[in-house]
Design a protein around this ligand. Sequence first.
Ligand code: NAD
Length: 498
Amino acid sequence: MTEFARAAQDALGRLGIELADGGRTVPTPLTGEELVAVPVHARDDVVATIDRATDAWPAWAAIPAPERGQVVRRLGELLREHKDTLADLITLEVGKIASEARGEVQEMIDVCDLAVGLSRQVGGHTFPSERPGHQLLESWHPLGPIAVISAFNFPAAVWSWNVAIALVCGDTIVWKPSERTPLTSLGCAALLSQALSEAGHPNVHQLVLTTQPDDAAPLLDDDRIRLVSATGSTRMGTEVGPRVQRRFGRTLLELGGNNAAIVTPSADLDLAVRGIVFAAAGTAGQRCTTLRRIIAHTSVADELTDRIAAAYDQLVVDNPWRRDDVHVGPLIDEGAYAAMRDAIDRASTEGGKLVTGGDRRDVGPGGCYVGPALATMPAQTDLVREETFAPLLWVLTYSDLDEAITLHNDVPQGLSSSIFTRDVREAGRFTGPLGSDCGIVNVNVGPSGAEVGGAFGGEKATGGGRETGSDAWKAYMRRATTTINHSDELPLAQGVEF
Ligand code: NAD
């Protein structure tokens, strides 16, 4: 057994998980070595989990929301207790540096805190009724069994965004994680199972470890699944969205991004460079909110490009396991590197110039380590308008802010965005109604690294869904407009006589 397989087994052991022999193994992106074997679920298993989630729902929905919140409170405690263990599994399966892996678990803890508060707050308004002796009010009810489909790059946090809130809202859940992250998924599911069983509740959360999209299809097609919350590529969303919509199921789609930062002549370049380097190279460029485009004013573009290139040259790209000095871990697989190289090669045929990076780093056999790449582009071509899920940052230039905002919005995706400026008028235009068309709009903050208090998600090909804070909980509940007549008369609305 390799060092990493042993580390995975130790982490699972600390979470009380024992795996039977057989199943499939997944490789760690750290070295390409295989980790421990996990079960594989087939289509019939998925149907069985929908049966269980459906059977469990009425009893779960009948429990008062504050009591359901106590389960989420306990989940938050268990996440605090097992933060490092879960972070280890994230590093082993995704290759994140330790600080980011722990940050992902911290985000889960934060979402649990948010959801516990919500468990005493979700509810509707009352409205003045036009009819005497009547009450008009809005009630929010649990939705039913829901499906959560999640991406590889946030294998734990995205689950918690959905699950912590869906649980307090009274839904039961079937979770289909990425094929690449079964161990982290088993860890999350075990902690929730413990929180539920300690409180004497049945397991209202089911995990399915499928490997083929076809096996997960019942989650999309079964009428009993009231909401499919799916996080992943826009390609996945174009398959999942219409398919669920065809049966009038609800979707919450969190899809790809192509996030930009406008850097204006008044920007504090020290601050901009720091924000840009973390947003573009952090998580090896594998966040949905990763910065992929800089739109720099011509007066600052050269200096900015030079300073980012210099900062890139300082980044430590290496195997992050048990090291705190590494900034950039591996890409998830060779396919990600091939897509990045292909984009760099295509750029050179379109007048693009590679400034730095894109080179394969020799970090022992197996892992796919690459220097974060920075390239100038003469125009926003179709290549730039695509999401290349790797650390590849394009630099474009502009002369006037209207042009910058047009370039900014002229991509299919609409997730996250930034402007670096000290001019309040520029900030106001960017954050105003004709500014950035994204779901997340930042001033003097890079586009990646959102807090849980605000709603998270984006527009256009990012899918339109919103998760975590603000009123994102509404996606997990059913709204009923309720009229109660407590008078002895029966007046009709709009003064109709009958
Ligand atoms: P992916 O689209 O390959 O897979 C995401 C999930 O969808 C996986 O669980 C996969 O098995 C499942 N899936 C794919 N096709 C399916 C189908 N036909 N039916 C049912 N399930 C299907 O994405 P990935 O490579 O895991 O993650 C990277 C992508 O996710 C990037 O595009 C990134 O921007 C996006 N992402 C978006 C957000 C967000 O909140 N907007 C967050 C994280 C990742």
